[in-house]
Design a protein around this ligand. Sequence first.
Ligand code: SF4
Length: 269
Amino acid sequence: MDLTKSLDFIKKDLINNKDFNTSYLLGSSAKIELSNKRKTKYISKILYMSAASRSGINMCPFSTKTCRDVCLGHTSGHAALTKNGDKTNLVEVARLKRSLFYINDRENFLKKLKNEVKNLVKYSKERGLKPVVRLNGTTDLLVETWGVFKEFPSVKFYDYTKSKSRMIQFLNGKFPKNYYLVYSYSPENKQVASEILALGGNVACVFDEKKSKKRKLSYIGKRFLGHTIIDGDSHDLRFLDKQGGYVVGLSKKGKIKNNPFFISLKEVK
Ligand code: SF4
């Protein structure tokens, strides 16, 4: 793989050669590893594909300008690291391949995904763990149409979403019991976020403060949009958070320092 070429160039090459094969679809991340370490009864996996329109198809139809600008899908972790002279990296290419697989060969994509979930169920059973899967790692697709929730009732699925309609359906009990959603705040959807909180849904918000070993995050326990902020950084298993209209506070991560996406501490009361 020639990483000195642009992601667009690589994409054309992959499409021409129908090369969508990655060794696995479900993977991990630092936050998922943290969840597995701290919440030892659970074992979680995540599906990462290309965020927003990086694959050529919009995988985040409810995204906003500010969230696309700071998206952790390409501004943090290994996805943000390129070696000297390279234009991209293997993490981005793997996410692109999974996206192209999803876009061009949905049937086999879902077959492979279901097989991996099945293996996770087996693995968890042997170890007495509860399997957890986040399908929209860096996308916001209608995963409820994939047929996986009902096929794997012992698996807890969860996601963050910016779709008001999906969040309302979740709050109204329209999704299978093993699927949990938390709404994801952007300055552009502030009004909807307030409505969701009032309806008892939790809303994940990123505050303009970095985590530090020296001091506690200043916003925890305070209020934003009139609702109490709880800590969302210690693990990623959002369905274990206190429920009932809480702001799930996340600290600023990634290489972008200033962006209106990050909530100013002046807005925290
Ligand atoms: S919706 Fe989420 S995954 Fe998509 S661009 Fe925005 S922050 Fe990234």
